[in-house]
Design a protein around this ligand. Structure first.
Ligand code: ADP
Length: 487
């Protein structure tokens, strides 16, 4: 939808280092790819700026986007030289989008080691985002930043020798507080143009190091995170350790807004990457998907045992040590366990070991594979997500859209979206609280037993499929936050 552009229209620039489907690592990419669309429908003039990491332009070309390179470049003064970037303009689902193409973004998207050199592209990107207004005929009222990778922008608006004079407003959205952008202060402070006094314990200093996320939280005009429960959890030492005190201090400007889904993209009735479509009205296609999934895993496709699926980054946060440690107990129930993901070696190895020990029950699809993820969501019966912490989580919502019943730990956004069916008021999945194999198996066993009662199971599936995961409500809450900021 075209946004009416009069002086009352709010203008917001999304500053993000991930943008689905061009550069997605996790949930942030999904949110950046779908929330702007919903905000435009709510009447906000949202635009997106993102680095053209390797492969991004090629993916945009493959998606047949019409792209034009702006006559003016953007420039940032950093480390005693000028960093310039070409501005490649396009529209993604009617959202004006600007890819910044420069040598600064020619390397890996996220560095495995953070130091002055590997952190520099993120600071340069933020300054180029602040300069974008000079290359396009449009100036935002609010800069909406996401995670530590764009947290330098609010820091610059507060403490940079030049940008702090502009008086512009920013919002910092925390998609995952576990990643903070911590590295040594020398020579960053000098190179970045921040005032030396911006490095103290009430600003961005953190135990002698720079902490970009802390700086962003302290300096942004407002802060949000991606679920109400996570907004509370991050103010506790158990959740965020040393940063929790800062988040508690800043709580008056913190709100929790649950993520929505791109329900058109994640739609079992129209999804082209699954072998058969299905909907609440006709579930038949789901069993075709299950058969295809079993075949892909090398299992007998006529097997009617419950298929437990996981689609995830294999990192500590996601609780996969519980999963591979429970493989024997899962195999005993007769269920199949199919995992798609990649990540830390010790987790991958744990799952591979489980696969070797229980070859008739466990299968790891190693890697990142978008089309295959759709088949897992569509062909599974149970979606297992035993996260240690989970800011919002999208996978549990996607699985519910596809009639795959979630079994989750009651934490963060999982607590705000999945409700145990055995509560007196009923629910849409199975939940557990204690973060150990026994806790997880308690919920998983209940789901496996319930699966055998086809009528009860279909009722739970339909409950999840009918949940409203659109962005409409949350986009309204973001708009409210923007409006509050402009008062
Ligand atoms: P996080 O952002 O912590 O990774 P979320 O649940 O918020 O977790 O979002 C994860 C997103 O990434 C989902 O869209 C999920 O389908 C996708 N995803 C995760 N791992 C893979 C994978 N190996 N292959 C394809 N998609 C994946």
């Amino acid at each position: 939808m075209a946004v009416k552009n009069d002086s009352s229209t709010l203008k917001v620039l999304f500053v993000t280092t991930e943008l689905a489907p061009f550069s997605k690592v996790g949930g942030l990419g999904d949110v950046a790819g779908s929330l702007p669309k919903a905000l435009r429908q709510a009447g906000v003039d949202v635009r997106v700026v993102t680095p053209a990491w390797p492969g991004v332009i090629e993916r945009a070309e493959a998606a047949k986007l019409k792209m034009t390179t702006s006559k003016s470049k953007v420039y940032a003064a950093y480390d005693w030289r000028i960093h310039s970037a070409n501005v490649i303009k396009t529209e993604v689902d009617k959202v004006p989008t600007y890819f910044l193409k420069a040598d600064d973004y020619a390397g890996d998207m996220y560095p495995s080691q953070l130091n002055f050199w590997t952190a520099s592209p993120f600071a340069v990107f933020c300054m180029q985002a602040l300069e974008l207004k000079n290359a396009i005929d449009w100036e935002p009222d609010i800069y909406h930043c996401h995670d530590w990778t764009s947290a330098f922008l609010p820091c610059a608006l507060a403490w940079h020798r030049y940008y702090r004079q502009t008086g512009q407003k920013s919002i910092m959205t925390l998609h995952n507080v576990a990643y903070q952008g911590v590295f040594e202060p020398y020579p960053f402070l000098d190179a970045s143009g921040l005032e030396p006094w911006s490095f103290n314990s009430s600003t961005m200093e953190f135990y002698g190091q720079i902490n970009l996320l802390k700086g962003g939280i302290v300096s942004a005009t407002a802060v949000s995170t991606v679920s109400p429960t996570y907004a509370n959890e991050i103010q506790t030492y158990e959740s965020t350790r040393e940063l929790s005190g800062i988040l508690y201090q800043q709580r008056s400007k913190l709100r929790g807004i649950i993520n929505g889904l791109d329900v058109k993209f994640w739609d079992p009735a129209g999804d082209k990457s699954i072998p058969a479509n299905f909907s609440t009205k006709d579930l038949k296609g789901k069993s075709v998907c299950k058969k295809e999934l079993l075949r892909r895993a090398g299992f007998d496709d006529s097997d009617d045992s419950p298929v437990i699926v996981c689609v995830s980054r294999l990192v500590e946060q996601k609780g996969f040590d519980m999963v591979f440690n429970a493989a024997g107990q899962i195999a005993e129930t007769g269920a199949k366990l199919l995992i798609l993901g990649s990540g830390n070696d010790w987790i991958e190895n744990g799952i591979i070991q489980a696969q070797n020990d229980y070859p008739n029950n466990v299968k790891l699809f190693k890697g990142y594979d978008e089309p295959l993820s759709h088949l897992l969501y569509a062909g599974g019966d149970i979606f297992l997500m035993p996260s240690v912490f989970e800011p919002c989580g999208l996978s549990q919502m996607i699985s519910m859209r596809y009639g795959t019943v979630p079994v989750v730990r009651e934490v963060g956004g999982l607590r705000d979206t999945v409700f145990d069916v055995d509560r007196p008021e009923g629910g849409n999945g199975f939940t557990f609280l204690t973060c150990d194999v026994d806790g997880m198996m308690w919920a998983l066993r209940r789901s496996i037993e319930r699966y055998r009662d086809k009528q009860a199971w279909t009722k739970i599936m339909l409950e999840g499929m009918r949940e409203d995961f659109t962005w409409d409500r949350s986009a309204g809450l973001y708009k409210e936050m923007y409006e509050d900021l402009m008062q």
